[in-house]
Design a protein around this ligand. Sequence first.
Ligand SMILES: Cc1cc2nc3c(=O)[nH]c(=O)nc-3n(C[C@H](O)[C@H](O)[C@H](O)COP(=O)(O)O)c2cc1C
Length: 144
Amino acid sequence: MTESLYRLVYFSRNALAGDAEAVRAEIESILECSRRNNAAANVTGALMFNGGCFAQVLEGPYGAIQVTLERIQCDARHSGLKVLAFDRRSARGFAHWSMAYVGAAANVDRFAHIAKTSAFDPSALDGEAIYDTLKANLADSALA
Ligand SMILES: Cc1cc2nc3c(=O)[nH]c(=O)nc-3n(C[C@H](O)[C@H](O)[C@H](O)COP(=O)(O)O)c2cc1C
């Protein structure tokens, strides 16, 4: 029997210090580590970063997502992590990405939309909206 598939979406606040170059290096290191661990754990997903906040989608077996989230939650590079959605899904949205990345620079409009509707207030953010934004951004970059 195939394992049930789950999707988790969370939001957190950036705690990275340093100049733009130092932040970029940290993001690269997060992505490298995420891709290695997630590929081994059958987890896929996407990470969004706008300088002030992170939002991330993790998808895969329930236990693998839980273990991954526990590690992520302990990470001092962000704070105030809030899970917005964690539910069963019939298909992966990011099947080809062990961790896709959407930064702010190339996606100002869509980030502006999320920022405007929520003011990046975690209580106003919606897991489905974050998922849709990441999907749309990745579809655009695949066409570019
Ligand atoms: C915003 C953010 C997203 C992260 N996403 C993941 C992830 O998807 N998978 C993962 O294994 N680690 C992720 N990490 C890193 C973990 O917090 C942790 O440093 C890492 O899993 C430790 O892995 P290691 O024991 O292989 O060094 C993330 C960290 C941050 C700050």
